[in-house]
Design a protein around this ligand. Structure first.
Ligand SMILES: [Zn+2]
Length: 376
């Protein structure tokens, strides 16, 4: 099982989580690999910081070998020289530096490249660098955010802003002739999947879409209820109708990847408005819930294993070889089948027990109610 979208914090945010902790939770679920986002503190936007992060992760895995491959994305700014440096990083450090991340909408950290002309400049620079790898994009159009403090988080960052940003990325890859893989992260609505499907045949590049456990399992009612601040996330949780539409679209095979967007915070940060949910344990909930509603093993395997490898341009052998070189005990990359067997042979109870055990290692559990109601 591969998670192509996690935030492992550490460094100056080690109070929220450490690489060692994130990897150890992932290894208990049966992950083979995870790939972390660059909006760390400090951010992974220079060769120096990227190399320091990789060396640090190596040290963690050297001290406590775990069967999980660690990789990361280099963060992009609007500066052409910085973009060229990041492209070079991916070329030389692949697959540890597996691709690039563009925050086309603002989120945690200060990595937003939010203006249309800046975004176009990023794509043009990537084309001039002949970049052919993956570009992960956080899509929300800041010009469609609403500023009224009386509004909920979801109303301030409405679905229209996500739709507009996705449309813009698709238009920009077409206009600039970008020939890598465009991966739209954490799609929150089936409407977004529809826009991607419609555009696909006319694009010069491959486009893929990721969905998260929280957009599949939770809705905005959680945000509006007691302790709603815990459910603040970007893009926000949507209405129950939108959530159900996305869930059904995923069951129908219309999304490419299930990605956790694991983004832990301390409770005090959440109270102060921080966005993000602990998500690695939630992958168990999402998988269990999808299978319970009819997802078959082959589609699930594509979403959490085959498509991520394909999008990141990695073959399983490369993963094993890299792990061996880093002295990690990665012996198999097919461990998703164990989990699927566990579910289909009636192992609901043990799966949920495992979920609850792992969820306890974070300050709060976003799926507690759901796990009690539907899974046990
Ligand atoms: Zn994220």
């Amino acid at each position: 099982m591969i998670d192509m979208h996690v935030h492992l914090r550490d460094f100056e945010e080690s109070h929220k989580e450490t690489i060692a902790h994130g990897l150890s939770v992932a290894s208990k679920i049966g992950y083979s690999a995870l790939f972390e986002m660059p909006n760390t503190v400090p951010p992974l936007t220079s060769r120096r910081e990227v190399e320091r992060r990789i060396a640090f992760a190596d040290q963690v895995l050297f001290e406590e070998p775990m069967p999980v491959f660690h990789g990361l994305y280099c963060g992009l700014t609007a500066d052409a020289n910085q973009i060229a440096e990041m492209v070079q990083c991916v070329r030389e450090l692949f697959p540890r530096a597996v691709g690039l991340k563009l925050f086309a909408g603002p989120s945690t950290g200060a990595l937003g490249v939010t203006e249309a002309d800046q975004q176009e400049a990023v794509y043009r620079e990537l084309v001039s660098q002949e970049y052919a790898g993956v570009l992960m994009v956080h899509c929300e159009d800041i010009s469609l955010f609403r500023d009224d403090p009386g509004l909920t988080h979801g109303q301030r960052r409405p679905l229209e802003s996500e739709l507009a940003s996705v449309r813009r990325q698709l238009a920009l890859v077409k206009r600039t002739g970008f020939s890598g893989t465009l991966h739209i992260c954490h799609v929150s609505s089936a409407e977004v999947l529809g826009i991607i499907e419609e555009a696909r045949s006319e694009l010069p590049c491959r486009v893929s879409a990721g969905v998260t456990p929280h957009h599949l399992l939770l809705n905005e009612e959680m945000v509006n209820g007691e302790g709603g601040y815990l459910y603040t996330v970007n893009p926000p949780l949507r209405s129950e109708e939108v959530r159900r539409g996305l869930f059904n679209a995923v069951l129908a095979g219309r999304a490419d990847v299930l990605e956790s967007d694991h983004a832990p915070h301390e409770l005090s940060d959440k109270r102060a408005g921080a966005s993000g949910l602990p998500g690695i344990p939630g992958m168990l909930c999402a998988v269990a819930y999808l299978v319970k509603h009819g997802m078959d093993g082959s589609l699930l395997t594509r979403m959490v294993f085959e498509h991520p490898l394909d999008i990141l341009q990695m073959d399983p052998e490369m993963l094993l070889r890299q792990a061996r070189e880093a002295d990690q005990r990665l012996t198999s990359v097919y461990r998703i089948t164990d989990m699927f067997d566990m579910i289909t042979t009636g192992g609901w109870h043990s799966l949920c027990e495992k979920y609850r055990e792992l969820a306890r290692s974070y300050p709060w559990d976003p799926y507690q109610k759901l796990a009690e109601e539907y899974l046990l």
